[in-house]
Design a protein around this ligand. Sequence first.
Ligand code: SAH
Length: 468
Amino acid sequence: MDHLPIFLNLQGKRALVVGGGTMAARKADLLLRAGSHLTVVAATLEDDFARLIDEHSIDHRKRDLEAADLDGCVIAFGASSDDASNENLYTLATAAHVPVNVSDRPEYCDFVMPALVDRSPLLIAIGSGGTTPLLTRMLKARFETSIPASYGRLAEFAGRYRDRVKASVPDLTRRRRFWETMIDGPIAEHLFSGQEELATALMNKSLKEAATEGDQPPHGEVYLVGTGPGDPDLLTFRALRLMQQADVVLYDRLIGDGILNLVRRDAERIYVGKMKKDHSVPQQDISNMLIRLAREGKRVLRLKGGDPFVFGRGGEEIATLADHGIAFQVIPGITAANGCAAYAGIPLTHRDHAQGYVVVTGHEKDGELKLNWHSLIQPRQTVVVYMGLTSLGTIARGFVSNGADPATPAAVIENGTRAGQRVIVGTLGCLEEKSIAAGVQSPALIIVGSVVTLRNTLSWFANTEQEQ
Ligand code: SAH
């Protein structure tokens, strides 16, 4: 280790910046954010720096640096274009035992400035000892995208409770578990979704329980997570976070390997979908399993293709959980209609074609399609049919016999957003035949409406996959 990373408390302490350019202004801004009293030595100032000085009570000395400028300073930064000035700063700061950093001049630096990911009060500083600034910038970009902005809120919230938790849970091991549960559990999730009141109530309750209860296992919880139509890149940050903290995962056929691989490695995996020819696990059995696992204190992840509340039976699952007093969270996902349409190049609405779209299920109940044809067959409206592959012919004929033009454009999207995506474009009159000829398999989504023709104008899409 070439450097000692530390976080310096500059609140109310004096800091010095020498230079009046953009780089100096940036350093000044950082020092102000860290709460320091700032002295700036610069004969001239660039506009943005002058504005900063006007807005804050900064001691600006319009001249060259003098030894006395370092009096009472705990840190100094140089960012002058004049090398003699930089060298002078380094000499004077060294004599005064003030740590100094001169931008882009490692030989005049007592310390290097890290790349910062700021989720105050949570701070991540990344350094490569000045060797590869590009690598630190790349890592910073990764952290910026993988650490939600709300982590700062979490750190601030936890900070407020530090002393109380220490007093209520004196045992160190139990206290660590308390914090783990808090940071990984519903309290943090409520904070992330902006529900601070709920988080506070839950925190107070947990604290009371921790103080009175013995060392019991933590409460279990169910996460009903929408994973989107298949491409793992379409997961939400929140889904990914919960996937990485689950103890056990229940999934079915709609969940591909790409997504399953992102679940915490040591989580137990339970398949609850259809086996070949077999029926799927009955809904009630799944609900019972969720309840049993949560009661064992596990964090149970129930993965749902697309969105849990769009033909996902999510409503039924949470109703049962609520009946049994099990804590749960529902995390939305991109539903098949939106994902497939985007990846197939078919806008669901369009100024010249459709003012709205409706989604319906094509699943037959008791051998019958119970669709409200009148509401589906409307001018300037797109219809998206889920679970309609088996009854594709019946659906297409239903449209036509209820008054739709057989020449109405329609498409089937198989395996939407996934590696093997295929789009079969036709009309109500010929879609079934084309789809059978192409051997389309489930999962497949049907889109009916003139927006389908727009796909032909987007040649990029047409060229990227097999067109039938
Ligand atoms: N909750 C899911 C829908 C579940 S119903 C969602 O919001 O998307 C299952 C149906 O969704 C399938 O029969 C199919 O019509 C559609 N579907 C889901 N994923 C799909 C995909 N990747 N490509 C095409 N259709 C898909």
